[in-house]
Design a binder for this molecule. Sequence first.
Ligand SMILES: [Zn+2]
Ligand SMILES: [Zn+2]
Length: 391
Amino acid sequence: MSQGIETPTGKSAFVFSEDFTRYKFAEDHPFNPKRLVMTLELIKQLGLLEEQHLFQPAPATDEDLLRVHDSRYLDAVKRASLPTADPDHFAAWGLGTEDTPIFPGMHDASSLICGGTKLAAELVMSGQYQHALNMAGGLHHAHRAQASGFCVYNDIAVAIAHVREKYDARVVYIDTDAHHGDGVQWLFYEDPNVLTISFHETGKYLYPGTGELTERGEGRGYGYSLNVPLEAFTEDDSWMQAVRDVLVPVLNAFQPDLILHQNGCDAHRFDPLTHLAATTRIYRDMPKLTHQLAHELCEGRWVGVGGGGYDIWRVVPRAWTMLWAEILDAELPEKVPTDWLERWQVQAPFELPTTFLDPVDLFAPIPRRTEITEKNEITVRRALNGTPFLF
Ligand SMILES: [Zn+2]
Ligand SMILES: [Zn+2]
């Protein structure tokens, strides 16, 4: 299976723990860690993972977590993690809700994911590895003292706060999940050394409702929060145009020391929770762009995390395998390996796609394509016009 696939050494780290799958709310909850298992198997089947790439994280310590979270919130999460905890006692902390139920071991599972993203950032910032991936990370909705949208602790913010403290690094955070990266944005809203850029479906009809053009940062951080709220039913070309037209000039102007990219893959047309209309093509093209910018601007320092992605059968495994292949600089075959398809098709409620890229004629074009594209172009122009450090 691995014939013809080049796997350079010492360049790319894959952070993983079997215990990542303990971050699980309930059997019927849309945030399902089975997607990690399926993706890992696909990556292994392709011969893209060797011992030298693998790193096991330790859980983030309280000290790590307290850089971005409130100590009373940490206490609440720990109490909510006991098997005897009553979900009704934690509503003030955003816990025990329909979106973010409590579960035994929640604190341990959440801090392990934070430890994973922190380790990925550390491996890259210390110069040991150029790129690193923690596909269990990406919990961008967690706030300082509140869980939200399936996110308990904010692993991204924990990693950024760590590299800010230890390396005084200027960090650009790119969020291409279909939902606004609100938690990370608010946690660094006043920090001019952390530029947050979020591309998402407009909050008009989608959780969390924020991510408007007018959210640009505050105080010294003014201009260092950038939002690109795109129209519902946005397809590949318009999405990629927005991403490219913003990232290339803005990253060149900002000159980051580290790029941290959240790769939620819920902008796909199959995703049950959002209203965008992308195909897997954007999950090949976005990491390629980030990769190129990382080498051009910051000696390759690039950390990838996962995020949303609720079609765990037809979208997530392909999207994040393409992400890891890009991080590894490896070519993927056109087709998904038959062994993997046979293994998972028996469980899947849908027919599994057999190619990494969706066929071009898989979906009929959206009828309002021209209008949507034009609206998105205007949004991009407005987003760029309000970036004081650029203009
Ligand atoms: Zn590279
Ligand atoms: Zn999302």
